[in-house]
Design a protein. Structure first.
Length: 127
């Protein structure tokens, strides 16, 4: 069995890229960066990534003509030291807490929330 993380990239579709960028930067306490794109029908803001990292995944907020945000069934989980830290910033950043910090047994803890665009996201931590 291959033990390498097979996830290489994710995209979270948004309707208002500035509003969504502010939400994720506030909740995750990080800076997103413009990803230049040759298409005028698409704008992307990337989460931190490094070409030196071999494993894990990065991704972007994407505003694309013809693709509506929210209402999908894929959940991206962001890693955290303690997911209660991010949970404390969700509502003030314009999001909604769907499920407060909950134990998932030996697998740690999780928080589920809706971002400003209606996308469900998860935050995971071991404590």
């Amino acid at each position: 069995m291959n033990e390498i993380n097979p996830v290489g990239w994710f995209e979270i579709y948004v309707d208002d890229i500035e509003r969504a960028t502010k939400f994720y930067e506030t909740v995750l306490n990080t800076a997103l960066v413009v990803l230049p794109n040759p298409n005028d029908d698409m704008a992307m803001m990337t989460f931190p990534m490094s070409s030196e990292k071999m494993f894990g995944a990065s991704g972007a907020l994407v505003k694309m003509k013809g693709v509506k945000a929210g209402g999908n069934s894929t959940i991206v989980y962001f890693s955290s030291i303690d997911c209660s830290r991010e949970e404390a910033r969700i509502e003030s950043a314009g999001g909604t807490i769907n499920k407060s910090k909950t134990s998932i047994g030996e697998h740690g803890f999780m928080v589920l929330a809706l971002d400003t665009e209606g996308n469900m996201i998860g935050i995971h931590s071991m404590k």
